[in-house]
Design a protein around this ligand. Sequence first.
Ligand code: N0T
Length: 548
Amino acid sequence: FAVSLNPASAAEPIPEIVERNGRYTLMVDNAPYLILAAQTNNSANYPAALPDVWPVVEKMQANTLVIPVAWEQVEPEEGEFDFSFVDTLIEQAREKQVRLVLLWFATWKNNAPHYAPSWVKLDNQRFPRVKTEDGETLNSLSPHYRSTLEADKRAFVQLMRHLKEVDEERTVITVQVQNEVGTYGSARDYSEKAEKIFRQPVPEKLLTDVNKEAGSWRKVFGEDADEFFHAWHIGRYVDEITAAGKAEYPLPMYVNVALRNPFNPGEPGQYSSGGATDNVIHIWKSAAPHIDMISPDIYFRDHKTATRVMELYAREDNPLYIAEIGNDQPYVRYIFDAMGHGALGFAPFGMDDTKYSNYPLGAERMDEKVIEPFAELYRVFGPMGSEWADISLNHRTWGFSEPVDTYKADGELWNAKGSDGEEKPEKDPEDYTQRQNLGDWTAEVTYGRPAFWIDPPQGNNPASGGAVIAELGEDEYLVVGHRARVSFSPSEELDGEKYLFERVEEGHFEDGEWVFERVWNGDQTDWGLNFIEQPHVLKVKLATYKTN
Ligand code: N0T
């Protein structure tokens, strides 16, 4: 009859990723959790920066803050640990009722050991760097030294032990291990030590996992041997640190990836070699079984490349989580594709008011114009985050975003290439039309057309539309859309049948239940479901009817 407040049982369950038939969700406090995050700029990991962080998190309506914790700040002197920043951060996050994803910046922060303490990054004897084929020393630590691994691991273990002690509330829900690992400027380490290891046979485990016959790296993997070797060894290194951290406190852990362009990859070393780029995901899966997800950092602005990346990283053996995405307007709509792939979350990068901008990756300047487009969608997905995460664990989902990029109006950017061809003299409505077979029904999504009547789609300017559809049951779908028209017609199975919307409800979710607000009918449904300025959540029931 009375609720017991026994502190021993007050701890919430530890967050975990659960899988069902190749679909995933993150469980936080026993409920599915959708990460709608803001990620800070890099150097926001000090108490003095936090006052510039929270206002943006709040304006953006983010439920999660993604922020670094640096090795250099927690172990400035070897063996002496200081978690005061982590404590301050957790305390403030609780006040703001925001969850945290911590980024462990250590051996690798984009190739370099810049975030390692001085006693590490200045001691090349004890913590050797990668050597190129020409014997040049790069500013990227080699994965082949126990000394480096043990030092990083010890600090990470302390961090996880500390979190376990101070965070029974589970304010921290996930940890990223390292940041965009890999090496620029060489496919792998060619030092004497590395050469020795390279000449040994490929490890059994890898052979079994990728189904290859025994042999040397060169013999088994040919041209790819150098890169695969580096990926394997970085993967093993990160996995050992991850496993040790999880042994203290088993939060979900992931790595993020400095992507290679899937259509025009270039050579390893031109992109971050050894990181889990799309060509080595299988090597990483074998090398790092304690890593729960391999997560892309999307800085390709164009639709074709951004959506291709999601296809490559949303796998049955890998939940999609958008670890970073540029914060400029063109990227916003890709949240719909992420949701369609059942993503665990979405974390636009550079969302703070420290007056920094990583343009041309993200927006030129941080202001309300950058925040509001994300906030607009977070306001819709936020209140239904748990319900959506549950739906997407259990049901098929499809995401759509406006396919024709409009950035060219502002001149071309180096990271905006990859779209097909030149601009056409006349707009082809087909370019602004996406069709998806959902089973009995086919969905059609079009962009930039008047809400009333049949005028062909012309695209929005700027491209900003999107929609996500979840199959709730037979002939029943949940649709969230923005600046798009969504229509349904019978697929082959129902071909030729007369059909209509039996009922379209606008509503929202509360405590897991659908709350009906009103029926959409007449102009609101006669030409399809027209999502205009404001995103809406609709529950759609389709039906066929017989005429005799
Ligand atoms: C990201 C961020 C931060 C399409 C860049 C992206 C973050 C790191 N690196 O602001 O440094 O910590 O993960 C590298 C993108 C390379 C160019 C991609 C072209």
